[in-house]
Design a protein around this ligand. Structure first.
Ligand code: DOR
Ligand code: ZN
Ligand code: ZN
Length: 421
């Protein structure tokens, strides 16, 4: 099976490439990249006016599989990924049961083999995400987990966090941290600030996140171990990470498209689709995140794709936290960062950097790399219709918004898994 993508603007930050040319994909691999390639028996795709880039790598996704598959499952989640140009993803382990045994890891990875994206998984740091008892990290690695996280919660017991940080490097696993002080955050529904006061609902202060970020950095720094900070939403956390990097701490971090495009004002309509944890913050935070991306403090953009059913999201006060994001991540990010970063700089945060952080074969158009490609129109505007999305849940904070940049086609291992042209 050969695919020849012709006359596209090829952008590959992994090799500093940004030029119009052709891309030949064969047997699941990038076979050739260049100008005026001529090949027999290839399916031709006209890329005129489109950008072709490495398939996106989303290092923070809740697939809800096993156990919560009414929200999403590995196949629907990967269809959503494909529609968003995501070809590799890291699944979070707060499933039911939690991904805390080698068996649960093996089961997911086995079923994922026929899905429309490359599924990698994080496993729990503590049993049942309880924060107290360490899982069998080596066994989880052996079963195929590539990262460790108690995402959804912080690792409550800092001693357990340190033990995981100590063991993870020799296992080749990345520890990814949901930074939150539960005492400060408890009971909060949204950012603590002007809008929460106006609505009369309990807020989550920025300090809830910043105290968590500071603890994680201090723990990692104390033993010289790497740590990755998830879904950064505050100016304070950006500053903590910037300072830690300057001191040589091996800290990396991600933020998400919704923090780059939306602020707490979006909650004024009391719609739970805008509630996630950490919450949408202020304009000052939003601008600090963009600065953090620009100066390298923030390494990656992930979605924290967190599907919940319409029934669960119906009640503003009782709904669980989380919003979906994979199908809109490229468009929302391009819209938020237009004129602030180049396309190549943006794509680097969405493919090459996360691939390197995870140590996975992805995020590049180099010859022999997996033939995972996103083809998109950077100029095309479209309005997000939650009912036209491909995952099982509809809880997008971008519904009704017009975004600039649209995925035209996603190719996974030489196979067209999404064609939106
Ligand atoms: O908004 C969130 N949703 N934050 C989390 O930490 C967990 C996630 C989920 O699992 O729904
Ligand atoms: Zn989280
Ligand atoms: Zn998460």
């Amino acid at each position: 099976m050969r695919l020849l993508l012709q006359n596209a603007r090829l952008i590959d930050p992994s090799q500093g490439l940004d030029q119009v040319g052709d891309l030949l994909l064969e047997d699941g691999k990038i076979a050739q990249i260049g100008k005026d390639l001529s090949v027999e028996d290839a399916q031709i795709i006209d890329g005129t006016g489109l950008v072709a880039a490495p398939g996106l790598v989303d290092m923070h996704v809740h697939l809800r599989d096993p156990g919560l598959t009414y929200k999403e499952d590995v196949y629907s989640g990967c269809r959503a990924a494909a529609a968003g140009g995501v070809t590799s993803l890291l699944a979070m382990p707060n499933t039911k049961p939690a991904m805390d045994t080698p068996e649960t890891v093996r089961d997911l990875l086995e079923r994922a083999k026929t899905a429309d994206a490359a599924v990698y998984t994080a496993a729990c740091i503590t049993k049942g995400l309880g924060g107290e008892e360490l899982t069998d990290l080596a066994g989880l690695k052996e079963a195929g987990a590539i990262a460790l996280s108690d995402d959804g919660r912080p690792v409550v017991n800092t001693r357990r966090l340190l033990e995981a940080l100590e063991q993870a490097p020799s296992l080749g696993m990345l520890v990814t941290a949901h930074c939150e002080d539960l005492y400060l955050a408890s009971g909060g529904l949204m950012n603590e600030g002007e809008v929460s006061r106006k609505l009369g609902v309990q807020g989550i202060p920025a300090a809830a996140e910043d105290c968590g970020t500071a603890r994680e950095i201090a723990a990692a720094a104390s033993i010289g171990a790497p740590i990755h900070i998830c879904h950064v939403s505050t100016k304070g956390s950006v500053e903590l990470i910037r300072d830690a990097k300057a001191r040589g701490v091996k800290v990396t971090a991600e933020t998400c498209p919704h923090y780059l495009l939306l602020t707490e004002e979006a909650l004024e309509g009391r719609d739970a689709d805008f509630r996630m944890n950490p919450p949408l913050r202020t304009e000052e935070d939003r601008l600090a995140l963009i600065e953090g991306l620009k100066d390298g403090t923030l390494d990656a953009i992930s979605t924290d794709h967190a599907p919940h059913s319409p029934e669960e999201k119906a009640d503003f006060l009782k709904a669980p936290n989380g919003s979906i994001g994979m199908e809109t991540s490229l468009a929302a990010t391009l819209t938020a960062l237009a004129g602030k970063m180049t396309l190549s700089e943006i794509l680097q945060k969405m493919s090459w950097n996360p691939a390197k952080l995870l140590g996975i074969p992805a995020g590049t158009l180099q010859v022999d790399a997996p033939a995972d490609v996103v083809v998109f129109d950077p100029e095309k505007c479209w309005t997000v219709d939650e009912n036209a999305l491909h995952g099982k849940s509809k809880n997008t904070p971008f519904k009704g918004m017009t975004l600039k940049g649209k995925v035209a086609m996603t190719i996974f291992h030489s196979r067209i898994v999404y064609d939106g042209r």
